[in-house]
Design a protein around this ligand. Structure first.
Ligand code: SAH
Length: 210
């Protein structure tokens, strides 16, 4: 899987403007057993570099996209991160390897419960999962050192920008469902000024309104 991620990185290097992902991110991906997050009937494909269905019309993200989005966050070991769209919990487990604490929110109750149980069994003790609406973020634990959204929104929800620490990054796919979407890297500088850059055309499930 890491070789496939590297191959796709080389195909997309001109878009994303980088030649490599950090060793820390690659080690985190190597450390998380993806088959644990994939339904029984799809176990054979668990380490393919593609998205897979996880029920409720949702998907576990493609490993290359998980690597890219995680890398863009530039997390340090003391970081507190917000993830919107827990899904299977796979991306959450990768973040948990890299950050001090991960708060993850998921709008589909059964997915949130299943992911929380799975992450607990896997021994991820620095993760909290809740059923909540990602458009609102999770203000109680803000501000965050990084925010990652794993579903596409038609616009960047203002509460997520408000919950970002100065100097921190937000990675979010923006665009209509089924239409063109761009993965955006949003940065809030030390003075609180927000800038954004389109990194790569992507295809995500929609961030739904509750
Ligand atoms: N990171 C996940 C990918 C999940 S797909 C993984 O690695 O498995 C995107 C997830 O976002 C879905 O589970 C979907 O239910 C969730 N979602 C959609 N709209 C949401 C919203 N408004 N708030 C929180 N989660 C949402």
């Amino acid at each position: 899987m890491l070789m496939d991620i590297d191959r796709e990185l080389r195909y997309t290097r001109d878009y994303i403007g980088q030649d490599a992902f950090s060793e820390r991110v690659l080690a985190a991906i190597a450390a998380v057993p993806r088959h644990y997050f994939v339904p029984d009937e799809l176990q054979d494909a668990a380490y393919d570099n593609g998205p897979l269905p996880i029920g409720h019309g949702q998907t576990i993200s493609q490993p290359y996209i998980v690597a890219l989005m995680t890398d863009l966050l530039r997390l340090t070991p003391d970081a507190v991160v917000l993830e919107v769209g827990t899904g299977s919990g796979y991306q959450t487990a990768v973040l948990a390897q890299l950050a001090r604490q991960v708060y993850s929110i998921e709008i589909v109750g059964p997915l949130a419960n299943a992911a929380a149980a799975r992450l607990h069994r896997l021994g991820c003790i620095n993760v909290e999962v809740r059923q909540r609406d990602g458009y609102l973020g999770w203000p109680e634990h803000a501000p965050y050192d990084g925010i990652i959204v794993t579903a596409a929104a038609p616009y960047i929800p203002a509460p997520l920008i408000a919950q970002l620490k100065a100097g921190a990054r937000l990675v979010i796919p923006v665009g209509d469902s089924g239409g063109p979407q761009q993965l955006l890297l949003v940065e809030k500088d030390a003075a609180g000024v927000v800038s954004e850059r389109a990194v790569l055309p992507v295809a995500f499930v929609p961030l739904v309104k509750s």
